[in-house]
Design a protein around this ligand. Sequence first.
Ligand SMILES: Cc1cc2nc3c(=O)[nH]c(=O)nc-3n(C[C@H](O)[C@H](O)[C@H](O)COP(=O)(O)OP(=O)(O)OC[C@H]3O[C@@H](n4cnc5c(N)ncnc54)[C@H](O)[C@@H]3O)c2cc1C
Length: 222
Amino acid sequence: MKVFVVYWHPEPQSFNSAMFRTACEMLAGAGHEVKTSDLHEMHFDPVSGRNNFTTVKDPNYFKQQIEEMHATEMNSFSAEIESEMEKIEWCDLMIWQFPLWWFGLPAVLKGWVDRIFAMGRIYGGDRIYEGGVFRGKRALLSLTTGGPENAYRKGAFNGDIAGVLRPIHRGMLQFVGFDIMAPQIVYGPVRMTDEQRKQHLATYATRLQRIAHESPIDVGIY
Ligand SMILES: Cc1cc2nc3c(=O)[nH]c(=O)nc-3n(C[C@H](O)[C@H](O)[C@H](O)COP(=O)(O)OP(=O)(O)OC[C@H]3O[C@@H](n4cnc5c(N)ncnc54)[C@H](O)[C@@H]3O)c2cc1C
């Protein structure tokens, strides 16, 4: 399989970093081809604007989706956007590794989506959801939380984790055609012992060894 791992955390010694490195090493060791984007190391700029493009359709009024459609036609996405798009187009499985921030993606990863998921090239017209550009590809969210698992159940104070992740699963990944794999979630690694954290890394590694044989999940829309 071709696997693209997108990762963001501001601390290279973080537990998220350990999850990222575990995934890359395990997948490569199992014979998969792996490409990565370490957005912190890349100093990826999450702010969307005219710098997404090398062309200008309308110099007087910036409308991102109009410029995206024009850039799709002219093949004129800026180099940092183009290379990320090519990695998504290349992969069979895309993994996002991140800490849950404010019930969502941390800003740099969200900005990556804002800039890379461009109308025309990545979605548009009836090329969405089941007819999406990336149909047949799979996506897996691997994340950590501060809150404990029992706070992320139906009726608990954070609500169920499926609801927290739905805007990402449905609004971003399924929207552009991905099938969704069960998320890999490590709840509250900060409060664990070193041994417990190492066990989570080992569980993830074992899962990834057989990831090609796993089936996607239903993200519960209807
Ligand atoms: C702005 C912001 C918003 C947030 N919003 C939310 C929210 O909405 N919901 C929520 O639940 N939480 C939230 N949090 C908390 C956040 O999700 C957690 O702090 C984060 O997920 C913990 O993961 P980490 O990688 O940062 O942990 P770290 O603190 O980096 O790591 C935990 C421990 O693991 C150790 N470690 C590193 N590598 C290894 C290894 N190889 N083996 C064993 N141990 C290792 C580290 O040394 C450390 O002691 C928020 C935090 C911030 C800053």
